[in-house]
Design a protein around this ligand. Structure first.
Ligand code: VGL
Ligand code: ZN
Length: 214
């Protein structure tokens, strides 16, 4: 049964996470049919007056790239100054085709693009805080100043950037809903199951087949 989510234009924001070429088929960190999120996200944008896009935006030789660390391979975990960090293939390097939005994503309705992960020494999964959990991106302040009290999240990847963003949204005092039909996961070593648990614990509302309504 589909569930209806009634959108309140005065208080809801849509946040579409990292719909970039490197996470889509043919990209450096592509996972299963990632570009399938584009049509539902384009459709969802029409329901919101506040639309934010995020872009993973790393400098070359970023600390989250396996290639930056001699003798390390992608998908291993290492300790960085702020805790454990998964190593990734080089991806979303600033200004490259891989970092650009997937070409079918309708970027026109967005009022803000948040770029994250631009500090070489700190990765940033969340749209709100970098992986040290204390460096803010500025998104909370933007949303508060626009009167937003609930965020609806979609994009890539469910178990990393979407989950971290949703949990931080709760930590910042926003209500949070994840549109699972408009997300896809990397699912590395049980990361999707772990993220699903943490989302529930954080009080994030997740639903697979939400129908948006005004
Ligand atoms: C992401 C891994 C590395 C994401 C970004 O957008 O979920 N995952 N960088
Ligand atoms: Zn990244």
């Amino acid at each position: 049964m589909s569930r209806a989510l009634r959108i309140d234009l005065a208080r809801d924001a849509l946040i579409a996470i990292d719909v970039q070429n490197d996470f889509c088929p043919g990209g450096a960190l592509a996972v299963n049919d990632d570009d399938a999120v584009v049509a539902p996200i384009n459709a969802a944008m029409r329901f919101f007056s506040c639309v934010v896009l995020t872009q993973d935006w790393h400098p070359p030789r970023h600390g989250s790239f396996a290639s930056t660390h001699a003798g390390r391979a992608a998908y291993e975990s290492i300790e960085l100054g702020y805790g454990p960090q998964t190593l990734w293939p080089d991806h979303c390097v600033q200004g490259t085709h891989g970092a650009a939005f997937q070409s079918a994503l309708d970027t026109a309705p967005a009022q803000l693009v948040v770029r994250k992960g631009f500090r070489r020494a700190i990765d940033s999964y969340s749209a709100f805080f970098e992986n040290d959990r204390e460096t803010p991106t500025g998104l909370s302040g933007y949303l508060r100043e626009r009167g937003v009290t609930r965020v609806v999240l979609c994009g890539l990847a469910t178990d990393f950037c979407v989950a971290y963003s949703a949990i931080d949204a709760r930590r910042e005092g926003f209500e949070a809903v994840v549109l699972l039909d408009a997300c896809r996961a990397i699912d590395l070593g049980g990361s999707l199951a772990a993220a699903t648990r943490r989302l529930a614990e954080a009080g994030v509302d997740c639903a697979r087949d939400i129908v948006l309504q005004h």
